[in-house]
Design a protein around this ligand. Structure first.
Ligand code: AMP
Ligand code: GLY
Length: 423
C-alpha cells in the first residue's frame, strides 16, 4: 500500500515512523514533511490545503491511503474533495468530512452538538456583533474568570480567559466589532469557567464503532508551572496517572459513546480521530473542546504506545471493520518533551544548526520545525523537536528524555524542565 501523510510537524513524523514499521506499507510519502520524515519517507513539496496539487501527487504515486495530520484541510473539506472526484474516490482518507470537521471548525457547532446529545460541557451562550450588548449582560451574570472563545479556527489563539469584567467586555467588543481574530471571531462563545485538571482522550472511529486510545496530558503554557503564553504544546505524558478505571468508564459512557452515536444520529460521516479535550471537575469529566485530528505533541507520546500495526488500523477504519481489530497497547508510560526556539510562541529566529542528534540513546527524536540543508539539520519553526522516551513509570520516562536533551543543542534552545510536575 502506498501511503501519504499530510503535514509537517512532530505529529506527522510520528505517524510516518509508525507506518514505516509496517510491512504493508510499500511507499511512504509525507507532504510537506520535515528533516525527520525525510529519513524514512519521501517528502513532497505541497501545501496541505492545495487539493489539486495533492490530487496530482496522489495519482502520480499511486497512493491508496491519505492520513490528514492538521485540521485545516479537514475543515476545508479535503475528504469531500476526494469523494467527489472520480479519480480519487477509491483512495481512503483518514479524517472526517467537512460537515463533521465543524466540531473543531466552529466552537458554536461543537457546543450545539454537545447540548443535543447530552454531553457534559460548560454552560455557554454565543454572540455576534448584532447582540454584543446582550453579551455584556451575559458576562455580568457570570463570575470571574470569564472565558471568551472565537467561534472559528484561530491557530490555537482564539480563547481568552480574563479575570476582570471590564477587560472581558472590552475583549468581547474587540473580537466581535473589531475582528480581533478576523472572520474567526464573527461569532464568540462565552462560557462558564471550569476549574479542574485537563487531559485528552483520543478516539478512533469508522463511523460505526470506536476504539479508545491511551489518554495523554499536554503542557500548553510556555513557562514552567504552567504560566505564560499558550503554545501548541510543550510536552506530553501518556497514560494520565489520575485517569483511573472508574474515571475512564465515565469518559467512555458519558462522552465517547454519545459522541459517536451523536455523529450517527446527526448523519455526520466520520472516519478518523476524535481528540476530546477534557477537564476533570470534581470526579467528573467535562468536554472543553473537540478536535478532529490527533494532538501534537500528544501523538508523540500516544502512538509509540500502540503495538498494533497502524496500517492495519487505518485499513480497518477505511473499510468500516474497526470492531474486528484488537488494538494492543504497551503497558509502559511514554513521555515527550518539546524543544523550541527561544522566543516562541512570539517572534523567534530560524536556521539554527541542531547538533548532538547522533548521541541520543534510548529515546526517539521526532522532528517538527526542522529541515535538512547541505547535510545539516536546521531549525525552521517554533516547535523544533520532540524527545520521546518509554519508562515503567512516567517519571522514569521523563528522566530519560531529559538525559538525552542534555546532548542536543541549538542556539537559544528552550524547553520546559517540569513536564509531569502536576501529576
Ligand atoms: P480550547 O481552544 O477550547 O481548548 O481552549 C484553550 C484552553 O483554554 C484549554 O486548554 C483550557 O485550558 C482553557 N479553557 C477553555 N475553555 C475553558 C473553560 N470553560 N473553563 C476553563 N478553562 C477553559
Ligand atoms: N496539543 C494540543 C493540540 O494539538 O491541539
Amino acid at each position: 500500500m502506498n501511503i501519504l501523510v499530510l503535514g509537517s510537524g512532530g505529529r506527522e513524523h510520528t505517524f510516518a515512523w509508525k507506518l514505516a514499521q509496517s510491512d504493508k506499507c510499500s511507499n511512504l510519502f509525507v507532504a510537506p514533511g520535515n528533516s525527520g520524515t525525510a529519513t524514512i519517507a519521501k517528502n513532497l513539496n505541497l501545501v496541505v490545503t492545495d487539493f489539486n496539487a495533492i490530487k496530482e501527487e496522489v495519482l502520480k504515486n499511486d497512493i491508496n491511503l491519505v492520513i490528514v495530520g492538521p485540521e485545516d484541510p479537514l475543515v476545508q473539506g479535503i475528504h469531500d474533495f476526494f469523494l467527489n472526484d472520480k479519480d480519487l474516490k477509491s483512495v481512503s482518507v483518514i479524517g472526517p468530512q467537512k460537515a463533521a470537521a465543524q466540531l473543531e471548525g466552529s466552537k458554536e457547532f461543537a457546543k450545539e452538538f454537545m447540548m443535543r446529545h447530552n454531553i457534559p460541557t460548560a454552560a455557554y451562550q454565543s454572540f455576534t456583533k448584532a447582540n454584543v450588548e446582550e453579551g455584556y449582560k451575559f458576562l455580568e451574570s457570570l463570575n470571574a474568570p470569564y472565558v471568551l472563545k472565537a467561534d472559528g479556527l484561530a491557530a490555537g489563539k482564539g480563547v481568552l480567559i480574563l479575570n476582570d469584567l471590564n477587560e472581558a467586555k472590552s475583549e468581547l467588543k474587540s473580537m466581535l466589532v473589531n475582528a480581533k481574530f478576523g472572520d474567526a471571531s464573527t461569532k464568540v462563545v462565552i462560557e462558564e469557567f471550569l476549574d479542574g485538571i485537563e487531559l485528552s482522550c483520543f478516539v478512533l472511529t469508522d463511523g460505526k464503532d470506536y476504539k479508545i486510545l491511551p489518554t495523554a496530558k499536554d503542557y500548553k503554557r510556555i513557562g514552567e508551572g504552567d504560566i505564560g503564553l499558550n503554545t501548541g504544546g510543550m510536552g506530553a505524558v501518556s497514560p494520565v496517572p489520575f485517569a483511573n478505571k472508574d474515571f475512564l468508564d465515565k469518559i467512555e459512557n458519558q462522552i465517547v459513546k454519545p459522541t459517536v452515536e451523536g455523529l450517527k444520529k446527526d448523519n455526520l460521516p466520520y472516519v478518523g480521530f476524535i481528540f476530546i479535550g477534557l477537564i476533570k471537575v470534581g470526579n467528573d469529566p467535562k468536554v472543553i473542546e473537540y478536535n478532529v485530528r490527533m494532538g501534537d505533541p500528544e501523538t508523540e507520546a500516544v502512538l509509540p504506545r500502540i503495538k498494533t500495526d497502524l496500517v492495519e488500523i487505518f485499513k480497518a477504519m477505511a473499510n468500516k471493520t474497526l470492531s474486528k481489530i484488537n488494538i494492543e497497547i504497551d503497558d509502559r508510560a511514554a513521555t515527550t518533551v518539546m524543544l523550541v526556539s527561544g522566543g516562541y510562541p512570539e517572534a523567534y529566529e530560524k536556521g539554527k544548526e541542531i547538533s548532538g542528534l547522533e548521541h541520543v540513546e534510548d529515546s526517539i527524536v521526532f522532528h517538527a520545525g526542522a529541515k535538512k540543508e547541505n547535510g545539516k539539520v536546521l531549525t525552521s519553526g517554533g516547535r523544533v523537536m520532540a524527545v520521546t522516551s518509554y519508562g515503567n513509570t512516567y517519571q522514569e520516562a521523563i528522566k530519560k528524555s531529559y538525559q538525552n536533551i542534555e546532548k542536543l543543542h541549538f542556539d537559544k534552545m528552550y524547553y520546559r524542565k517540569d513536564i509531569g510536575f502536576d501529576l
